[in-house]
Design a protein around this ligand. Structure first.
Ligand code: SF4
Length: 427
């Protein structure tokens, strides 16, 4: 039997298995092209469990492309808060504007042209919402298929193209169930990071890796690039019950509100890597990761489409972390304590003075009292932020920033979870 014939035999088994075993997920109800688009963009890099609630709330606020197209960007960012990867939110709004203006696309090419929609997402939307036989191949699907065929191709764009054509050759009329069935199989049975649950798999009498007992030999991955480390000073400035925030103008997390911060030189002595005892990530994808380091996340298909390249979808639907981004943790013992720092607070008499006077780099000149200090780490796709946060009470509000109460910030400003460790200082 050829590979294609073997896969042809597998298709009806998958469809039957999916219908009997699919999870009850909110985006599987009352589906339209728009709701499928919202779900697909939210699910990039994010765990299913973290998306469920956000998806429902988002659609209550923006039930159709019309409401989303007419909303302000700040409103959309606020509704997206906690999901991370905020470029997705901006892209979703732009895509909604296109749908509102031009109607729903009817071809893969038209879907692929929407903002934020790469090859994988175009395949998923075409199959799920338009009934088109367009495969959606991400790391999740590649993992399943390389196991199924015991194929030791390195997971890259060429493998993606190859398996896209393999799937196209067997794509059934039940496009939505087939596409979602593959996703579901990767999420709950043919899982990454450890042994797949082959005894529950509808393909276990056909899958070559399983028959050879080599499930964990696949997929074969390319070497990963090392992640760049950046050190940041983050200032939570407090004055008269209000806190300073500003909109980030460029790079990673562009357009989002943040605490004033600046890149700093590596501390001396360098902080020890351990001691991350308090993960500051609350129940879900906290990533504000942008796939391309300090650039916007990669979009537009190929293996660079955010989320889909590394099997993250499967990982998250299986209950693990889907995103590239995560807050690793925080530790209370700074690696760069100020020599004059006394227990709990430190007041300078010539302006803020914290190890090398970093406040000056922010242009702050007024006096301040250091109330607290702690370190936290946030991991993006290609960058890791090692942050030292300073809670500082200032005597006058610096007009360079917007000042708001903790409640106003909670209600109106999306502060990325990269800064979550320091948000707890807002009282
Ligand atoms: S039999 Fe096992 S390895 Fe093969 S597709 Fe199924 S779960 Fe994956």
């Amino acid at each position: 039997m050829t590979d294609i014939e073997t896969l042809q035999q597998a298709v009806p088994r998958l469809l039957q298995w999916f219908r009997q075993n699919k999870r009850d997920l909110p985006w599987r109800h009352n589906r339209t092209f728009y709701t499928a688009l919202v779900a697909e963009l939210m699910l990039q890099q994010t765990r299913v469990e973290a998306v469920k609630e956000k998806y429902v709330a988002f659609l209550e606020k923006f039930p159709t492309e019309r409401e989303l197209a007419l909303a302000s960007e700040d409103e959309v960012m606020k509704a997206w808060e906690g999901l991370g990867y905020y470029t997705r939110a901006r892209n979703l709004k732009r895509a909604a504007e296109t749908l509102f203006r031009e109607g729903t696309p009817q071809t893969w090419v038209g879907v692929n042209a929407l903002a934020g929609v790469g090859n994988y997402t175009a395949g998923a939307l075409s199959s799920i919402a338009l009934g088109l036989k367009e495969p959606a191949v991400d790391g999740n699907v590649l993992r399943i298929l390389t196991r199924f065929f015991a194929d030791d191709s390195v997971i890259d764009d060429a493998a993606k193209r190859k398996f896209t054509e393999v799937l196209r050759a067997v794509y059934p009329d039940e496009t939505a169930d087939f596409c979602e069935g593959l996703m579901e199989l990767g999420a709950i049975v043919c899982v990454p990071n450890g042994a797949p649950l082959c005894e529950q798999c509808p393909w276990n009498t056909l899958c070559r890796a399983h028959l050879e007992g080599r499930e964990e030999d696949f997929p074969v991955r390319a070497e990963k690039r090392p992640r760049r480390v950046e050190y940041l000073n983050v200032y939570v400035l407090k004055c008269g019950g209000k806190y300073a925030i500003r909109k980030r103008e460029e790079g990673l997390l562009k357009g989002l509100w943040e605490f004033p911060n600046e890149v700093s030189p590596p501390p001396y002595p360098p902080p020890q890597g351990g001691g991350m005892t308090e993960p500051s990530q609350g129940g879900g994808m906290s990533g504000d990761a942008q796939g391309g380091g300090m650039t916007e996340p990669p979009q537009g298909g190929g293996m660079t489409e955010p989320s889909q390249g590394g099997g993250m979808r499967g990982a998250t639907q299986g209950g693990g972390m889907r995103g590239d981004a995560q807050v690793v943790g925080e530790r209370a013992s700074p690696g760069r304590a100020h020599p004059e720092r006394s227990e709990g607070s430190h007041k300078t008499d010539g302006g803020l003075s914290i190890q090398g006077d970093p406040s000056h780099a922010l242009g702050m000149t007024q006096k301040g009292t250091l109330l607290a200090q702690k370190n936290a780490t946030h991991v993006f796709t290609h960058v890791e932020w090692r942050m030292t946060g300073y809670l500082i009470e200032t005597e006058t509000p610096d007009p360079a920033f917007l000042w708001a109460t903790a409640e106003e910030i909670r209600q109106n400003f999306a502060i990325p979870s990269a800064f979550k460790a320091f948000r707890v200082w807002l009282k």
